[in-house]
Write a protein that binds this ligand. Sequence first.
Ligand SMILES: [Zn+2]
Length: 497
Amino acid sequence: MSTTAACSPGLRSELGPLTPVRESAPPGGVLRAESGRTALAAPLPLDSPSSTFVDYFRCLDPIAPIERRGDLSTDEGYFRLGDAVCYGRCSGGASATYVDEPIANVAAAVSCDGGRVTLPFDLSEVVTNLRQELYRPSPLTLLQRLTSGRTPRSLYYALRPMLPVQVRKHLQKMRLNGWQRIAFPRWPIDVSVETLMRRVMALQLKSSGMRRLPFVWFWPEGAKSCAIMTHDVEGPSGRAFCEPLMDLDDRFGIRSAFQLVPDAGAEITNALAASLRRRGFEVNLHDLTHDGYLFQDQAKFGARAAQINQYARQLQCQGFRSGSMYREQQWYAAFEFSYDMSVPNAAHLEPQRGGCCTVMPYFVGKILELPLTTTQDYSLFHILEQYSTTLWKQQIEMLLAQNGLMSFITHPDYLREKRALTVYADLLARLRQLRDERRVWVALPGEVNEWWRSRSQMTVVPSGGSWRVEGPDSDRAKVAYAVLHDDSVTFEIDEAS
Ligand SMILES: [Zn+2]
């Protein structure tokens, strides 16, 4: 993969709220407490721009420190650094209120003087805004505004158990009308964080005069990419189909994670969890009641989070996914999980719009986020009406090009349909091929969590004229190099490391 850089010396399942991710996004960390949505936890302090860069690449502290200009605007908005879309405060050009307005390129305001890279924005603030969806969404259409209120949503969730899929998907399509015109995050995968990080890497290489910079490769044993398969179990028919689904996954040698709704009842949930684990599958929690209201009311959220934590302890679950991918990342401090899987990369087809704009895991406080980077089976079959793996395969290739995480959600409830199951088996065949022929690490979410946590403590150290990785689990790690070719950066793995 490559990127280019210029351095100019001197210069909510179905009918939920279609996110207002934020009407007015606050600058990183400071005004977040004033937004009235973070009373459960103090805002996390932002890292320095250099440490955000180091955390992403697990490289040494930059030889050319990364800093920000002191004259940033007070308002946040969209701007870009080359082809990397950014959101935050900036200098060097007026930012746009909405992403579909003309967006100024601030590349001319980058300075590489005096052995430091000075950016016309705060790298840490921009990356946090993107990952935690703290950017301003485009205005909702009239239909979306009409259907995103509390009354239609309450009505929908009250009726949902009685609505056949045919009716539900009709309502959802009405609700999602116009999703193809959402300009940001980009469909079908957004790589804004990756594009930005690689661009800053190019600036770092140029400014420091180094031809290549060593870092800890993203995945263990030099794997090119990583894939996880997860199944959200929604209702009785889904629970009944877990056994055949395990058989199918086993046939392709793909181990997967099942997310269970704890309110189904202790006896049912415990028995299912035990049978899944006996066969080597992973068990995580899926919401509390799956009523679409987990994050609706901040006052009630604390009590619900405490209940979820208790269920997690009882079932010994390390991971979590909310119902319908509803989320409020600023509230995650109330959870005791090790990792979460509730944030889509580009949530065009989810009831809560937005997206974390990255294809790599990232930390939200102490919780590791494993973002959803592909389209859910339900959306593929019932919203897009595609009974084929074409879109999944397109997303897989895009994720491979970024060395990113491929994460899939499929539901035993919906895979009972024969033609859906055929498509799913085709996906499993592709994953097996990727593992066997293209060095993709197919893992359980818990294994990815362990690896990423270990990697976050690794660093590269000089070793006999070369480099090696130091830190926990470092025997699985490889040194890689970011290499500058003209204005582009490519990654090379040192297989001998
Ligand atoms: Zn669900």
